[in-house]
Design a protein around this ligand. Sequence first.
Ligand SMILES: [Fe+2]
Ligand SMILES: [Fe+2]
Length: 474
Amino acid sequence: MTTIDYQDRIPNNVDLAANRTLQRALEQWQPAFLRWWQELGPTDFQASDVYLRTAISVDAKGWAHYDYVRMPDYRWGIFLAEPERDRTIGFGDDMGQPVWQQIPGEYRSTLRRLIVTQGDTEPASVEQQRLLGHSAPSLYDLRNLFQVNVEEGRHLWAMVYLLHAYFGRDGREEAEALLQRHSGAADNPRILSTFNEPINDWLSFFMFTFFTDRDGKFQLKSFAESSFDPLARTCRFMLTEEAHHMFVGDTGISRIVRRTLEVMAERNSDDPATIRNAGAIDLPTIQRYLNFWFSSSLDLFGADSSSNAAAYFANGLKGRPDEKKYADHVERETTYDLEVPADGGVRIERVPLRNAMNEFVRLSYAEDCEKGLARWNRLIAATGHPFRFALPSVRFRRTVGSWAGTATDPNGTPIPASEYDAQIAGWLPSANDRVFILSLMQGVFEPGKMAGWIAPPDKGIKDRPTDYEYVRLN
Ligand SMILES: [Fe+2]
Ligand SMILES: [Fe+2]
């Protein structure tokens, strides 16, 4: 285990000092990154001291260092999980061959596109969330927002390292372009549409970190299986950070639900207007935000039948999350029955499993999401109230794949377009919902104080109390 000086300009465990050309290239990209952070990262708060964790090694027992740091002084490092000895390709046509330390020429442009697409999501989410600090419900939440933001910045570094180290001039150009596309920009937006949706309120932030960061987890797990070993190792380490992002979303929504249930008990009512008048968020509104972010995140997995996905699997570029769970890693003959729309109904289309990889992973993602909903529903059930959150069908409101443009209700039942248009306002956040949610978004910046629409957390960060001064506003 090498020790890393985390005060280095670019802390790393890839022996950057031994490769002067690469080090210089990254040192040249660094000021552009810092400029981007100042211009499109969190608005204000750049002089505040934030109680942040910084990755300093990949040792499971002590990978993170916690201390107050100003965000522009955060050390965005490059860390790859320890190499697995004699690792071999775990799936696809080259199963059992040694993994690659360099990229085979024939996969160069495909891998570059995959890495750029993943890399693009990282700064995009920071841009989406840049205004949220002002309306943080507590210092604890403010700190968590900034923790997520700096780590998404580090994930950008992780992808930029690969681009610089393995893709030569093309890679350097792509690294520049990652700082030039901007979330929601009309002329040069981020690549994937979910990452161009505005996140102006904390209910959306928690939904995003629950649903969209979870898509990130599944993408990273797929890449963690890759035959291109540096990509696999980078993604394995990114997953340790990603877990906290999903924790923020999961517990954020739990705390909102807990607060709503308290207000429902106090007022002895579940009438949305009554709950809203008391300054909490009624459960049906939470469901509409959930419908929005879940359905948007589903599109990130790609088309349900995809020759690209089949090629990524065959060529060993991208596997299934936790590939070891499955018995058959070659899958040439295995088929998969896709449900596709047909004349106002549903029909089965049998395709090779390899072509259905996106759908296969999308459904295991939906299963993972269900676990969160089950936890929130247990909170409601414990109060005796009959309301339950439900995930919409994976067919609902899709813009990618065979269900794109097909009108269905949230259960996935095809309905006439006119009926969909008449009902959609009740299934997704309405303009009125958004105005109400924004009216609640007033920053609370006193240690231990909490906005009225969310319950306090069960515990603080790194054994600190919940009323700890997680951000010192300077
Ligand atoms: Fe990330
Ligand atoms: Fe994340």
